[in-house]
Ligand binder design. Sequence first.
Ligand SMILES: Cc1cc2nc3c(=O)[nH]c(=O)nc-3n(C[C@H](O)[C@H](O)[C@H](O)COP(=O)(O)OP(=O)(O)OC[C@H]3O[C@@H](n4cnc5c(N)ncnc54)[C@H](O)[C@@H]3O)c2cc1C
Length: 465
Amino acid sequence: MSETHEFDLAVIGAGPGGYVCALKAAQRGLKVLCVDRRETPGGTCLNVGCIPSKALLHSSERLHEAETEFAALGIDNVTPKLNLGQMMARKERVVGDTVKGIGYLFRKNNVTFRVGEAKLTGPHDLSINGEKVTARSIVIATGSAPVALPGVDFDEKRVVSSTGALSLEAVPKRLAVIGAGVIGLELGSVWKRLGSEVTIIEYGDHIAPGFDRGLGRQFQRSLEKLGLKFRLSTRVTKVEIEGSALDLTLQKVGQEETETLEADVVLVSIGRKPYTQGLDLGAVGIDTDEVGRIPVDPHFRTSCPSIYAIGDVIAGPMLAHKAEEEGLALAEQLAGHVGHVPYDAIPSVIYTQPEFAMVGKTEEQLKQEGVAYKTGSFPFMASARARAIAATDGGVKVLTDAKTDRILGVHILGACAGELIAEATLAMTFKASAEDIALACHAHPTLSEALKEAALGAFDKPLHL
Ligand SMILES: Cc1cc2nc3c(=O)[nH]c(=O)nc-3n(C[C@H](O)[C@H](O)[C@H](O)COP(=O)(O)OP(=O)(O)OC[C@H]3O[C@@H](n4cnc5c(N)ncnc54)[C@H](O)[C@@H]3O)c2cc1C
């Protein structure tokens, strides 16, 4: 422990970046404090993000299955009925148990957890609810917050961010979702399955920006089959409260005329912005960039040498596992070890049905970069396991370097894509070739055989197509 400071390390924010950094640093022998204004550690992810959304996705998928698929599977006379209160209570229990788990890990690893508002008062000094704390190093892991539409504030009842959309008290008859990114698609599909008429309005000309465009078109068709309606290349210019309804003014990109869409609830999911409010970065001479992120060097050091930053508050994809990897790498570095984040192989997943997962580059990126690449594809329609479990939507696409066969990107649309992408991520982390995946024995019958087949297709031919 440092002689002059109360703690070796003080971490501001107990989200996936902050709590993982605190735990690993403590395991490496540092005296660690982690502070969060929430009483429940886990940050956005555990409290109002990844975990509650997946709990609601799961419940709503089971309801939908019972309503639409059981008869075809040979299960008769099931008349499912939504109990929204019970569904929400289960979600809260899942969240409660998960955040309790973090508290347990803090105690087990001797991390001091304090609830309060942290403010920077010097290179080694913090004030927590006015009380002074000193630490040799400080990590800012304060995460991000939802972006509002200009002039339209969240009331979290009718104009909601993801936080409000995770806790609606009744199923809205008409839900308008602004933004066809991960959060809009996941929560839009939850409320569609629970009974809302859902319209998703997207400024761009395709959904799921950043994901493979070809599989993205199939993805849109699958979501349309569920009943989601899409208004692409359309901007929302105004949201007005008209009695019990909301009037959204829509304008097609490049056109003058506007039209009105009525909704009962509007979910604004147009992105998230780094959150540094109240930290007083100015007190330690740290500036933010043009979008509010804290600039850091490759070792996560800010312009103030004893202060570091990780997670959503710095550049890169706003994902829990990216924040965790940065927390781990930084903790190792602070303890005198080597820490590294494999930024080229960070997966992204949209947890709809079908799921959409990717790791590495898209074809569009490779074309832009002028990289010569090969493609191997395999549809789940040709997978025996996918047919057995009635999940034939989608397929796998493997992109490889045309000369070396090294895998440059993998894109999977289908059931369990979020799990299947792990094999591709591992392969990319170890710089594997498509032939490496194709040579590995995959259990039969599994969905993972589709990845083997697509890998085969990148340098030879799939077998079962
Ligand atoms: C609806 C939704 C679903 C999502 N689903 C996924 C998913 O499936 N997979 C995925 O990878 N990512 C998902 N994300 C994104 C993920 O939640 C974030 O990328 C992740 O939480 C970022 O971690 P972080 O540690 O950087 O910050 P956060 O988790 O945001 O944690 C920051 C913490 O800092 C605290 N804090 C801020 N300022 C102060 C201060 N001054 N003093 C004290 N405490 C402070 C906050 O209270 C907060 O708890 C989702 C997000 C949302 C909103």
